[in-house]
Write a protein that binds this ligand. Structure first.
Ligand SMILES: *Cc1c(COP(=O)(O)O)cnc(C)c1O
Length: 389
């Protein structure tokens, strides 16, 4: 049996290892000079006014809600087609998630569905934020979302966990919305093993920064570096969400390579798209005109009217051929916690639920070789041929 092809392995080079070693040999290993430098370089890269490095994207989304003043009793509109932590943070601030179904082509939150929710005056009064996920790295319809934002005075928080480097009308994601959270988790397009970044207006980022480290009025680097004083004041009951210089060492090198990584992702996407163009058993992911996806994922959708194989069996067959796939995402409203708490039924969000049942994400990472990609393509096309109606 051939070696297993992993789903999304990280690509860490000697340069990253050298930079981490350099940090370990230095006098500072937690939030310090390299974190500051990484924040500044990431800020410049996205073109955002300010940036805050954090322990995760989840922490970023949590602090974004806090910075926008979302409180118990409020409501936050978001998508069912997301990772659970993007909805957990709404629960963490004591607010209620209100789901808006997704667009059939991009699987991003559908602005028309958001408008439908906001038609109700009680909903309109309670809604204090919208969390939009750029699914798979494909930007949401930001002009429609920002129009809703202006019309109702509701901030749009972007979950950009998949979106380095995605562009909307020529601008990088991170520079558009009211606050944007990125993830540097091990499988993401840029990794620091664990980590995240929040970008946006300086005033909101300053507020999030205080909440990110115990609610202290100045950070510990300033206190201990010799520049600051021993004195600090606790102004809010904050969290422990800071980023370390060991993570920043990885991030600084990864950021330099991001366009190279992106180029490789696009080359793989081109291979997949060409190889599946005549496969009627599946639907390929789209990229709308006027924008550029970060191509974090390559989610195919099985055409059940053409294939006699359920999605779960398709995944098993791929596994038998030594290929690891995944599903993005199990919709929020069918997870027991949310289903029980809010009484959701699968058909409440028919697009998310229907598409979920036929989604399969194929392996995608810059370090996958051409021969590995060819093996994935052959496996998908072989299974499709075997089960075509
Ligand atoms: C990975 C992911 C997250 C969480 O990122 P962390 O950095 O692990 O907190 C949030 N939302 C989406 C859509 C994700 O894919």
């Amino acid at each position: 049996m051939k070696k297993t092809i992993p789903f999304s392995p990280p690509l860490i080079g000697e340069e990253e290892i050298r930079e981490v070693t350099d940090t370990l040999r230095s006098a500072w290993i937690t939030t310090g000079p390299k974190t500051k430098k990484f924040e500044e370089e990431f800020r410049r890269f996205t073109g955002a006014p300010a940036a805050l490095a954090l322990s995760s994207a989840t922490a970023g989304l949590h602090l974004a809600l806090i910075a926008h003043g979302v409180r118990p009793g409020d409501e936050v509109i978001t998508t069912p087609m997301t990772f659970c932590s993007g909805v957990h943070v709404i629960e963490h601030v004591g607010a209620k998630p209100v789901l808006a179904d997704v667009e059939p082509d991009t699987l991003n939150i559908n602005p028309v569905q958001i408008e439908r929710i906001l038609k109700s005056s009680s909903r309109r009064k309670k809604t204090k934020a919208i969390i939009a996920v750029h699914y798979g790295g494909h930007p949401c319809d930001m002009s429609a979302l920002m129009k809703i934002s202006r019309k109702y005075g509701i901030p749009v928080i972007e979950d950009a966990a998949h979106s380095i480097p995605a562009k909307y009308k020529g601008k990088l994601i991170g520079s558009l919305g009211n606050l944007t959270a990125f993830s540097f988790y091990a499988t993401k397009n840029l990794t620091t093993a664990e980590g995240g970044m929040l970008t946006g207006p300086a005033k909101l980022i300053d507020k999030a920064r205080i909440w990110s480290l115990h609610g202290m009025s100045r950070d510990s680097w300033n206190r201990y570096s010799g520049k600051g004083s021993w004195f600090y004041e606790v102004v809010v009951p904050g969290f422990k969400y800071n980023f370390t210089d060991i993570q920043a060492a990885l991030g600084l090198v990864q950021l330099k390579k991001i366009w190279q990584f992106h180029k490789r992702r696009k080359a793989i996407i081109k291979k997949y798209n060409e190889a599946f163009s005549k496969n009627t058993g599946l639907q390929r992911p789209v990229e709308r005109k006027g924008l550029e996806s970060a191509w974090h994922l390559y989610p195919i959708r099985l055409n059940s009217n053409k294939l006699r194989i359920p999605r779960s069996q398709f995944i098993e067959e791929m596994k038998k051929k030594g290929i690891v796939t995944s599903v993005h995402f199990i919709p929020i409203h069918i997870h027991p916690y949310y289903r029980k708490k809010y009484g959701y039924k699968p058909q409440d969000y028919p697009v998310a639920y229907g598409e979920y049942q036929r989604l399969v994400s194929l392996p995608l990472a810059p370090c996958l070789t051409d021969s590995q990609i060819t093996r994935v393509i052959q496996a998908v096309n072989e299974i499709s041929r075997e089960y075509i109606r």
